[in-house]
Design a protein around this ligand. Structure first.
Ligand SMILES: Nc1ncnc2c1ncn2[C@@H]1O[C@H](COP(=O)(O)OP(=O)(O)OP(=O)(O)O)[C@@H](O)[C@H]1O
Length: 239
């Protein structure tokens, strides 16, 4: 589903005369299989977010090739990446990243508006999803009127609204208490099993890593060691 080959990335910081190159990722090879949950773990600064940003086209690799859903995305322009993300990825963040001035329903609906989907269809899809994540009663609430756990449910609904084959999550449980964490993980497992959605999840959290089929460990920008297969997804473990 996602293949990264020979990926290296360095940031260049500072002004011209004092430019400094910061190498972050070194020769990463990874393959995320369709229908699996992959956890990415590693110490702060090991390059986890950089890896996710490369997968989703927010930054471009210094070296290497990225193929997602059969398409070589390495050379996409910014505009092409925007379309590609809308069609292929849903995102879940630690800080939810809901738009404060929009209701729960409007937040979920927004990607459909951007895509020009018909209003009646948007409404139906939004209601279905908010129902699915247990937030039907809160459709007209603003994010500021919802608990952290409720906001994360809304953000899951938003991530799913375009029916993406892949969901990328950056510390999705990082702001949740243990009860909300448990219910989010149950939801992720269900979505993975029932809809076959592929998940890539950055996490510090052992409970999250425990639901993953595989765990990729980064250390100082490199893959730490080969990844054992521990879940139900078969074959082709190309890390
Ligand atoms: N835009 C940038 N410019 C320069 N350096 C950057 C930039 N983004 C990240 N870095 C550096 O790259 C390294 C890896 O950062 P990254 O955010 O990928 O780590 P991480 O593993 O996600 O960390 P954390 O768990 O703290 O979020 C760090 O040393 C960081 O300072």
């Amino acid at each position: 589903m996602i293949q990264m080959s020979g990926i290296s990335h360095q940031f260049t910081i500072g002004k011209r005369a004092k430019e400094k190159v910061v190498p972050v990722l070194k020769n990463i090879h990874l393959q995320v299989e369709k229908g699996e949950i992959m956890a990415i773990v590693g110490r702060s600064g090991s390059g986890k977010s950089t890896l996710l940003n490369l997968m989703s086209g927010y930054i471009r690799p210094t070296e290497g090739r990225i193929v997602v859903a059969g398409q070589d995305v390495t050379g996409l322009t910014e505009g092409q990446w925007a379309d590609f993300r809308l069609a292929n990825y849903g995102f879940i963040f630690q800080s939810f990243q809901l738009i404060p001035g929009l209701t729960a329903a409007e937040n979920v609906e927004l990607p459909l508006v951007l895509k020009g989907v018909d209003k009646a269809l948007r409404k139906r899809r939004t209601e279905e999803l908010l129902e699915q994540v247990g937030m039907a009663e809160y459709m007209t609430h603003y994010p500021g009127e919802l608990s952290g756990g409720q906001q994360q449910r809304v953000s899951v609904a938003r991530a799913l609204v375009m029916e993406p084959p892949i969901v990328l999550a950056d510390e999705p449980t990082g702001s949740l208490d243990s009860e909300n964490e448990k219910s989010l993980l149950t939801m992720i497992r269900q979505l993975n099993h029932e809809l076959g959605i592929t998940f890539v999840i950055i996490t510090h959290d052992e409970q999250v890593a425990a639901i993953a089929n595989r765990t990729l460990r980064l250390r100082d920008g490199a893959v730490q060691h080969p990844v054992p297969v521990s879940g139900s997804v078969q074959g082709g473990v190309g890390i």
